[in-house]
Design a protein. Structure first.
Length: 463
């Protein structure tokens, strides 16, 4: 038993490959001895014989395959004929079954669509009621926020007046000092430390900051107060101030800083409330748009429901070529199609062709008519412009002044010779002007040298 078989077939032996001798794998052909050369030739003969046997076996298998294929084709043809008859009969039955199933599906779809529309209408009505309740609640929050803003603004005005009174009272409290010391104190009184603002980290706690009444745990003015405490130390006290005066000043400045922080906190509260009111306004606009959208969806749904109840579907069988609706690539949707008799469509098509030809002929006549009109208008404009040109030329001739030069030009026999004489005269004039210019330049240079010489003599005498 070999390879799971009880007997060995000849074709199994043909599938085996011959193993090359070891020297053919390890040595080059030039290094073989006589015995190895004989063994190599013997191996090549066996290998060639094996290839020939395989080729014979392959041709025998191909001949047998052709016989089997011919038999299979004949059997398949007879089977296909019987199967084709049975298939046609099955298609007729299946067509009838599919028509009835399609009717059932359409009825089930109609029931499902009706239930879906009713459920959707109920859902949209409930959403619209919830949105209206939210709208009422949002209006109450807006009114409450406006009342809080008005109250804080009144308090802010009072605090601002108190802060101004404190600033005016400072100079009165230190009126016993001289002007220079008072000026130094005013500068120190207005001096404030610079504190770097820390970045706000957004987390679950700060997410509630949209509510202006939310109490913040961390004190944002802690770093500022610590810096002010550093400024209040004796290190920053000027030398011209006494210790008791510095203590009075520190107390007054601390009181002023507390007033400023109070004003700042009120400003921040008002700003937070304004931002909160702005967000409420945005939410109210969003709520309004959502209500309008839900109301529009509800109206569209009711209109669709009414149209669905009034527009019934009818299942008909039509021959191919009798449908004038373009289905595209492949579509079975004929919601916008109408069932009309063929004779009506043919009459309409003939009328469309007749009216189209008449319209084209009318358009051609209209085009020719307007073409002639435009041509006449163009000729009229051309003649008008030519007349204007002639009138302009006549006016120019009438208004032309006949000067002596023009008379000489008109009555002279040889104008070219006269022009040549004028050119020669002008050239002589140019040469004369150039000579006079050179003479003036030389005179100026002589005068300049003379002035320089007299200047050098005066300098020598002075030295």
């Amino acid at each position: 038993m070999m390879f799971g078989k009880l007997e060995i077939r000849p074709e199994d032996e043909l599938q085996k490959d011959l193993e090359k001798p070891e020297f053919m794998l390890t040595k080059a052909e030039e290094q073989w001895n006589e015995e190895e050369i004989k063994a190599a030739k013997e191996f090549e003969k066996k290998e060639k014989h094996l290839f020939e046997e395989r080729e014979k076996y392959r041709k025998a298998l191909e001949a047998e395959l052709k016989k089997l294929q011919t038999a299979n084709v004949e059997a398949m043809n007879s089977f296909d004929e019987k199967l084709n008859k049975l298939f046609r009969h099955r298609i007729e039955i299946q067509k009838t079954v599919n028509q009835e199933e399609l009717k059932i599906v359409r009825l089930a779809r109609s029931v499902y669509q009706q239930e879906y529309l009713e459920d959707r209408e109920t859902q949209l009505s409930r959403i619209l009621d919830d949105l209206k309740q939210g709208k009422v609640k949002a209006l109450e929050e807006v009114s409450e926020a406006k009342r809080a803003i008005d109250r804080l603004k009144d308090e802010h005005e009072i605090i601002l007046q108190e802060d101004k009174v404190i600033e005016k009272q400072f100079k009165k409290d230190f009126a016993d000092l001289d002007a220079f010391t008072l000026d130094v104190l005013v500068k120190l009184y207005k001096r404030r430390p610079k504190v770097t603002k820390q970045k706000i980290v957004t987390n679950e706690a700060t997410a509630r900051s949209s509510n202006p009444f939310h109490v913040k745990v961390e004190d944002p003015d802690k770093a500022f107060l610590e810096a002010m405490t550093e400024l209040d130390s004796d290190i920053h006290r000027p030398d011209i101030l006494e210790a008791d005066t510095w203590e009075r000043f520190v107390e007054a400045r601390t009181f002023k800083v507390e007033s400023e922080l109070k004003v700042k906190h009120h400003n921040q509260k008002i700003q937070d409330l304004n931002n909160y009111l702005q967000r409420l306004g945005d939410d109210d606009d969003c709520m309004k748009s959502r209500i309008e959208k839900a109301f529009q969806q509800l109206n569209d749904l009711r209109e669709k429901k009414l149209r669905y109840l009034m527009n019934l579907e009818i299942q008909l069988l039509l021959k191919q070529g009798q449908v004038e609706v373009d289905p595209g690539v492949f579509s079975t949707k004929f919601e916008n199609a109408l069932l009309i008799h063929r004779s009506v469509i043919e009459d309409l098509n003939s009328q469309i062709v007749t009216l189209g030809e008449a319209k084209v002929a009318a358009m051609v006549d209209c085009k020719d008519y307007y073409k002639n009109i435009h041509l006449l208008e163009w000729e009229h404009e051309k003649m008008m412009m030519e007349g204007e040109d002639l009138n302009t030329k006549t006016r120019d001739i009438q208004t032309l002044r006949v000067t002596k030069e023009l008379q000489v030009f008109l009555f002279a026999e040889n104008n070219q010779q006269r022009m040549q004489k004028e050119i020669q005269t002008l050239e002589k004039t140019i040469k004369l002007n150039e000579n006079m210019h050179k003479r003036k330049v030389s005179d100026k240079q002589w005068y300049q040298r003379r002035v320089r010489g007299s200047t050098n003599v005066q300098c020598w005498i002075a030295s």
